[in-house]
Design a protein. Sequence first.
Length: 741
Amino acid sequence: MTDRTSEGQRSMRVLGASKDRPRFLQVFDELRRRPSRSRDRALRRMASRATRRLVPEHGALQRGDLAEPPPVLDLVLDRASDRARVRSMLVESCAVGPVWTLPVGDPTAETEVEEDQGHTETPSRPRSVRLPSRRRPRLPARWSRPEPDEVVRPAPTPPPGRKEDSEADVTTDELYELIGRLVDGGFAWTRSTEGRKELVPPRRRRPPPYPRMPRLRSLLWLHRCGLGSNEDDGGRGGPDGRLENDSRSQIEVIGRLREARLEAAIEQRDRALEEASSAGDDGRGQRGTTLYKRALVHWRRAAWSATAVSRWVTRVSEKATFGLLDEKLLTPLSFLVSLIVAATPFAFLGLAAQRINDFVSLASGLLLAVMYLLTVFFFFLPWRSYLWLGDYRSTLNEGARKSSDGADTDRLVRPRSLGVHLFNELHHPDRDTGRLGGGGREKETLPPPAHRIAVSALLDDLHRLYRASSFWRVGARDARPVLIYDQRELGPVGRYLVRLIEDERLRRALPDPLLLVQIRDGERPPLVSEGIESARYGHLPEYDGSAKTPREVRAWLRDRHLAGTLGVSRVLTTKVAPLARETRERRWHTPPAWVPTRSAWATRALGGCAAVVALVLFAQEVVNPLQTKMGFCVGEGVTEPRGIFRVDRSSGGPGAKECVGVTYGEVRFHGRLDGVIELIREQNEEVDKSGKPYVTIAHMADMSASTKEGKEDYALAGVQGELFGMALAQREHNEGPGTVP
């Protein structure tokens, strides 16, 4: 749920229709609008009707309006000096929505460009303090502060008539480093909030939460824990640092992941303490953050300490199996017990041997149960964040078949086996580089499996959060995520990432909400080609080649499927005219979609609980007495119980409306009879709980009085005495020995 003003809601419904907005912003706003659930249902209903050759409903929508993945928006600038301002206008139009920029930096500031030609400089990653006697891996910084703006050198402009060819081999470390900085740095608008009043949230409101991206972050942790010597690995690493894919290696990988998370937690705690010490209020405003960081360090340290227990459990579980115990202990012991019982003439010896056999069997069962529980807790649960690797089993098996270490592809079924194999793939020396585009190597060069999985994990996480039919359709996610890149300033790694995203879309043909926006001048060719190279991947990853369809028919079916999924062209080109002075100086933001803070949610929850309590009290104290006074047979509630109804005993008399029926004590006829009716009700409930057969006795009498006001007690005295006598007789009978209740 979001909080918007009425003006903000009107602006969102007609987003991109403002006549004073530049044309490229209108196209951008239309592409990044996330389809509503009602629109998604309407389009799917139209497509379903069309498959049955039924005439779709007439209206503003038509089949095919729902396009995922969206096309690549290609902005061609007539004036190259407008690149920085156009990029900042796009970020301003996103307000507080999901938007990233490449190269990573402040999108609203003028990018510093040096005159000399060359490639884009990659900023060095800050190095953290080493822990004593432990290896220091590369660490993610999920809550890290944004890095300073990088100094970018423009790529050389190709001569007229020559295709741009500035590609280079990109390593796995470079690709994962760029993705990590892109994701950990936060949205682009977070680096330009100073001086922008429209990005200051109102009271009890905050910006939308940053996407968690569990798949991508788990993959980054797996890469950043790194390979290297470790005193606890038992020499399981090969000469090139690769691990054998067995249970001990799986525990070793979990131990390295926990060590990396511990060191990251320590770094975050130290940073939080430094910020608290430098605060003007003696750190009172950040006391909750520091307490959370300290608790996180203790939790991570406990998890890292449990790695030794995990290794012990793994070693014992390899030995303490049911088959081994049955072969070495249970079967021989059972044979000896049977021999003793059959051969000895003394009965007590056979009985003692049988008791020993029962004790050993019970102890073996307890041992196996404890070992299985410990295995689940210390061996299976740590891999729960990598269950998604099963979706990429075909990709990892393809890498295993090309592996030089002879990995068994049949074993790559379970997530932990896939995780260890991917851990080795992330640091494979022979398949550590990839290249897409640049020269004539497109067809024979395919990205490594580790590169494909990184991009697929990114697209999968975004699809889970921002897809059209997502259940969590809050206003903070009413727009698609956007990746804006300046083609002139983009380095080889950034170009490889963009091309890899499009290559994965071509290979898998799955929907995703990510909108790519490329900014370039007219002298440079587009980074993403307009055509779709269907011949690059002849079939989808799930196809095993067992069908006997002719090659020509299958190629045509593949082309038709890609045209319906990706479109005839992947690029939507829009010209950007030179920006006027008033256009450059104006802010082109859209109304932000704020979400309530935790205190606001707590207030709403407390108000809801108070409203429910007030409604219950009102029904009990006001509605019930009023209904009783009006003659309704409601008893203690607000509705008539089952089996009770009203009748007219005399026409027009004072007792014209009476409650008649059969009850087990749920109806309150008169206050004087409440005690005895409750006693009978309790005894009936005890009989029901006993589960024994019983006999039901019905008592017919007047439970209300039609006398004058103030004299009902005298009229009900006889009925009360009869009920007390029945309750006493019921208790004596039920509590008596050998009686049926």
